[in-house]
Design a protein around this ligand. Sequence first.
Ligand SMILES: C[S@@+](CC[C@H](N)C(=O)[O-])C[C@H]1O[C@@H](n2cnc3c(N)ncnc32)[C@H](O)[C@@H]1O
Length: 260
Amino acid sequence: MWLKTTAAAHVILAGAGPGDPELISIKAMKAIAWAEVILYDALVNTDLLTHAAPTCKLVFVGKRKGTHSHSQDEINQLLMFYASRYKRVLRLKGGDPFVFGRGHEESQYLTARGVTTEIIPGISSAIAGPAAVGIPVTRRGVSESFWVITGTLASGNLSTDLELAARSASTVVVLMGMDKLRKIITLFLKHRSPFEPVAVIQNATLPTQRIVTGSINTITAVTQRCGITAPAVIVIGKVVQYASLAEIINQEPLKMKVAV
Ligand SMILES: C[S@@+](CC[C@H](N)C(=O)[O-])C[C@H]1O[C@@H](n2cnc3c(N)ncnc32)[C@H](O)[C@@H]1O
């Protein structure tokens, strides 16, 4: 690689991975050391920021309970503000910047104002979350594809894609779905077996990771009983049968037969 050092400002939008600080790319690590300013989200592991230069300005632009959360307009303006004062700006985001990360909107905003941008992909929680507990999102003969869907639309409604996904035989991974878990599960109950396995993985890849499993019938109650909250990934589909037993905190037996 090579990270650009240009006369004008250059903004890198990089994915920090799902949480475990070792799940970041070498290129993104280099960008952390390269940056004069880093604007980072709440889901970025702050251990990564210890690799920034001592003079690097660290700007938190995420959402945390009890603190002011930045609107997307504010974040765009802050990016532009720093790009007009510094040459090497890093926008560090949880997971992958282009998977429900609004990375493309930020890049477009900057490009339209004459700032060059570059994307460094990251490992998305959509895949790393299930993988961290042994769940493959695809498996030959079990699941031929997977959907990654948001549980939270700006309108407050469920995405119509969720209904399409529920009708398919695919693995369905829902991000930002915890507030709507009951509604999502009710929708799946219309189209899939009540015994289809479901996993909910909180804080995936971090020491605080917790996973519960159940079926479409039981997962809402199990999740509530175990106090599983956001950030969490919901995985619906037969592949959940492969979840590592050692990781599951509720040890709810799955009714579905395990294929080997
Ligand atoms: C705004 S989206 C960003 C997704 C991110 N760009 C990615 O690729 O992982 C935030 C959602 O991602 C999921 N998420 C991100 N990190 C997670 C983690 N370590 N454990 C569980 N879910 C996570 C949660 O569903 C959370 O509500």
